[in-house]
Write a protein of this length. Structure first.
Length: 67
């Protein structure tokens, strides 16, 4: 599965790397929403994928901070 592979990749990163990846994902989500608002986005399911990836990153950050 793609999500488990992505989650394993996230677990190997440090909190600083995860924060950088979170910032990049949020920027990508902003860009996708902007394209969607101007009707330039072809694949609207990409928005949901990025939102779920942001949630995964935030979950891994929380788990690492509590450990």
């Amino acid at each position: 599965m793609k999500s488990t592979k992505y989650l394993d990749e996230l677990n190997t990163k440090t909190i600083e790397q995860l924060n950088m990846e979170l910032a990049n994902a949020k920027k990508e989500l902003f860009d996708l929403r902007l394209k969607n608002a101007t009707n330039q986005l072809d694949n609207t399911s990409k928005i949901n994928t990025v939102r779920k990836n942001i949630a995964r990153i935030q979950t891994v950050i929380t788990i690492k901070q509590r450990a």
